[in-house]
Design a protein around this ligand. Sequence first.
Ligand code: HEM
Ligand SMILES: *[C@@H]1O[C@H](CO)[C@@H](O)[C@H](O)[C@H]1NC(C)=O
Ligand SMILES: *[C@@H]1O[C@H](CO)[C@@H](O)[C@H](O)[C@H]1NC(C)=O
Length: 328
Amino acid sequence: MTSPMKFRSEVMFMIMAIFVLLANMSTCRAKLSSKYYKRSCPNGANAIRKSITQAISRERRMAASLVRLHFHDCFVQGCDASVLLDEDATPTSERNAKQNKDSLRGFEVVDAAKAEVEKICPGVVSCADILALAARDSSVVVGGPSWKVKLGRRDSTTANITLAESDLPLFSSTLDELIANFDKKGLNQRDLVALSGSHTIGKAQCLTFRGRIYSNDSSIIDASFARALQRTCPNNNDVGSTNLASLDLVTPNTFDNFYFHDLIQKKGLLTSDQVLFNGGSTDRIVVKYTQNPSKFNSDFGKAMIKMGDIEPLLGKNGIIRRVCSSLN
Ligand code: HEM
Ligand SMILES: *[C@@H]1O[C@H](CO)[C@@H](O)[C@H](O)[C@H]1NC(C)=O
Ligand SMILES: *[C@@H]1O[C@H](CO)[C@@H](O)[C@H](O)[C@H]1NC(C)=O
């Protein structure tokens, strides 16, 4: 027989245990997980992959544009799809930031992917997660590495153009500026070099490399490379500013390590590319990636996961947008 005394203390203990449990549940910090939609939308990632793959088969450059969208999302108030909100949604739309305007692409591809998941699990998968998945899928389609995408980000209700202009790096940045810029987001020099390796695909407009090819630039440039580019990019701010050149001149449509070979040959397209190999602290990482492509691939995947971890909105924070460019 349990004594009444003992019984009472057992009941007290149980009540206390329940309180502790409840307290834990309410403070339970939600976190990103690759299995986040396992129950709520098991086929979501597949639907997104199909949609993204289709878009890239229509236009191969789209892979590059989608990788860049995720980057420009994560560097501004975290990976919260703030980059997708248009002017109708908010006057502080990041799309108008100088680093984004008339430059970022792929919004309609993200909208199409979102429409596909909305068909199968409405109101469940966030736009921020779609950007993270699209970046990984894009890498895979053009021959780059794969990685396990963590999920569970929620979408912002705000965008911040001021923050976009201050936190997104510039094509004219020095190495010290790039290092500081990435450090502010918790990314180190190896992450900076690995992530810049996504310039192995995609294109840039003349206005972003004009200063460099006409040599008003302290970083080194190969003379014949500069001359070749001068044919597509005139030394006149009023002519040809939107003409395109490949960021990796050797294999512009394939994700590989030739971008790093370009840098060693002084054939980086942007100043912000060439400063990664211009006598500074990142030179040895660039050299390493030319020698060891699989090391580049694995570092790239790790750095993308790290970038995807920047300040996500979790739990009850933020919303799940139904249309990625607008607020519900
Ligand atoms: C290190 C600092 C970086 C700077 C200064 C920079 C700057 C730029 C610029 C100026 C362009 C060309 C835009 C245009 O002409 O319209 C570009 C394109 C691109 N960037 Fe970066 N970028 C940086 C890092 C990154 C990172 C970390 C990623 C991805 C993880 C990335 C992915 C891309 C891609 C894929 C393109 C080609 C986009 C397309 O063809 O649509 N960049 N970047
Ligand atoms: C944007 O971010 C800056 C810097 O954090 C902050 O001072 C400003 O209030 C924000 N603006 C908006 C519209 O949220
Ligand atoms: C570079 O500098 C030269 C000489 O100072 C100048 O004539 C030229 O317009 C500059 N080019 C660019 C693209 O700024």
